[in-house]
Design a protein around this ligand. Sequence first.
Ligand code: ZN
Length: 204
Amino acid sequence: MAHEDPIPPRTPEEAEALNDRIDPETRARRDAALKLVRQYGDPVLRSRALEVEQFDERLADEVRRMGRLMHDALGIGLAATQVGVMNRVLVYRVDPEAPVAAVVNPVLEWASEEREPLEEGCLSLPGVLVEVERPVRERGRARDERGEEQLIEASGLEARVLQHEMDHLDGVLILDRTSRDQRKQAMRALREASAGSPPLGVGA
Ligand code: ZN
C-alpha cells in the first residue's frame, strides 16, 4: 500500500492531501530521496548534459540508482542532471505497475502541433506547481542502458514526462516554460520552501 500514488497532484491542495495520506515510513523514504535530488539554485540544473558513449556496468548501475531514487521520491520521472550526473540519461514511469523505463541520448524528431496545458511539479523545485503547455504527442529516437536503439512514441502524460526530463538534460526547467505570473508565484514558493517549509508534492 505504500506506493499507491500513480497520479501526481495537480494542485497545491492535492499535494497537501497526498502528503497527509502517505504513511510515515514512505514519507521518511521520500524525504531521504529528495535530499539526494539537486534543488533549484544548483548550477547543474542549468547545465547541458553530455551524450553517453559507453554503455557499461557503470551506466546500468546509474540507471538502477536513479530508478530507485525516483520510486522513493514518489516521482514519475528523473533526469541524471537532477542527481548531479552530467549524462543524457533519464528514467520515468507513468504507470506504477510498469517497470522503470531508461532513456539514454534521447533525440526528439517530431512533436505534434496540438498542445495541452497541465500543471507540472518537479522534484528539484519543492512546493512549485506551474502550468506548462506541451505537445500532446511526440516521436524520437534513443538508446536503452544497454545501448539498444529504441523508438520513442509517446502521448499524453508519458509524452509530457519525457519532454520535462529532456528539458532537464538541456538545463531547462518548468519555470522557463510557464507564464510570467506563474513564474513569479513559483519563485515565492521556492523562497518559502528554502525558509524551512517541507517540500510538497510529487514531480519529475
Ligand atoms: Zn523536473
